[in-house]
Design a protein around this ligand. Structure first.
Ligand code: HMG
Ligand code: MG
Length: 303
């Protein structure tokens, strides 16, 4: 029997990965309220926004305003996405605790998502990493399409490892293995994680699983069997990627916390307050929470 971790850190990426995909406007104030509710629920890592082109992702155009509007709390790490130096220069004055560079394991997705090859993306990230480290800011990364690509199809562990190595070479501190379209299954996830763990220690590898095919919880469990203990999740199961059509949101934070509670694994998260956060943002979007646990607990309260 493998040993599961006793404690797991969840990074809520809902305000960024979740909301980036929403067509309807969400006010800066509501985005900031969502962040407040997440930290009230005990989240210690929150991905707040992205400094990308507003032409590419209009919903994140108020990035600077959102960073100014959040109520910062000691002990909470606020991260933002920065695809290039232009994004980094805009992000720096907003004082993020961590920045995230995002590469892809497939050339086709790299082109569609950030309009350049994998090699070019690494060249763009290198000065971003340097500037972040000079400013004492940690650099996390995401490797998109690590379990499959909407354009290329299959993606091999070799392709993932190649990008992980490139990220390591430019000094990225942490690597997040992302199943952008949610097609991964447990053994494949373990095979890819094994490659990441050749280059980064356990504490600096995380999983980012979209739940399109309903595999995300199982994949988290499979990664925990290897000792991984950091995962991204999105409150209410919000989101998707605008450049991966049909991909649904990340695994819902509520669903992950429910599973971890059942396993006796600590997260420091209050599930009732988390459900409140999910209900709040879903109400702003005019639809019920995607999270099954969120819906079940709301129904129980109502009953
Ligand atoms: P580009 O068009 O190749 O950029 O886009 P460029 O350098 O040629 O510049 C073109 C214009 O964009 C210029 O403006 C630049 O100033 C501007 P113009 O002179 O035409 O007015 N520009 C910017 N503006 C604001 N912020 C910036 C920036 N950079 C250039 N940082 C670029 C390249 C990377 C900017 C573009 O492709 C882009 O913004 N892509 C964003 C895609 C994105 O946000 N995708 C979703 C996030 S990734 C994701 O969801 C996956 C993840 O969750 C993990 C997973 O699930 O896989 C992380
Ligand atoms: Mg994502």
């Amino acid at each position: 029997m493998s040993q599961l971790p006793t404690r797991v850190t969840l990074v809520d990426v809902g305000p960024r990965d979740g909301l980036q995909n929403e067509k309807q406007p969400v006010s800066t104030e509501h985005k900031a309220t969502l962040v407040t509710m997440l930290q009230d629920a005990g989240l210690k890592e929150i991905e707040v926004t992205s400094f990308v082109s507003p032409k590419w992702v209009p919903q994140m155009a108020d990035n600077t305003a959102v960073m100014a509007a959040i109520e910062r709390r000691a002990g909470v790490r606020y991260s933002v996405l920065t695809p290039n130096m232009k994004g980094m220069e805009a992000a720096l004055p907003t004082k993020p605790d961590e920045i995230v560079v995002f590469a892809a394991a497939s050339e086709a997705f790299s082109q569609k998502n950030i309009n350049c090859s994998i090699a070019e993306s690494i060249e763009r990230f290198a000065p971003v990493v340097e500037v972040a480290h000079e400013a004492g800011i940690k650099v996390r990364s995401a490797v998109s399409c690590a379990l499959g690509c909407p354009y290329q199809g299959e993606v091999s562990p070799d392709e993932v490892e190649r990008v992980v190595r490139l990220l390591k070479d430019i000094g990225v501190d942490h690597v997040g293995i992302a199943d952008t379209i949610g097609v991964g299954t447990p053994k494949r996830v373990q095979a890819v994680m094994e490659r990441a763990l050749k280059h980064y220690p356990l504490v600096e590898v995380s999983g980012h699983f979209h739940d399109t095919y309903g595999q995300a919880l199982t994949n988290i469990y499979a990664a925990m069997e290897m000792g991984l203990h950091t995962f991204d999740a999105s409150v209410s199961g919000l989101g998707g990627c605008p450049y991966a059509k049909g991909a649904t949101g990340n695994v819902a934070t509520e669903d992950v916390v429910f599973m971890l509670n059942g396993l006796g694994i600590e997260t420091g998260i209050d599930i009732d307050k988390l459900v409140d956060a999910g209900a709040f943002i879903s109400a702003q979007l005019g639809r019920p929470p995607v999270s099954r646990v969120g819906r079940a607990l709301l129904a129980k309260r109502a009953g």
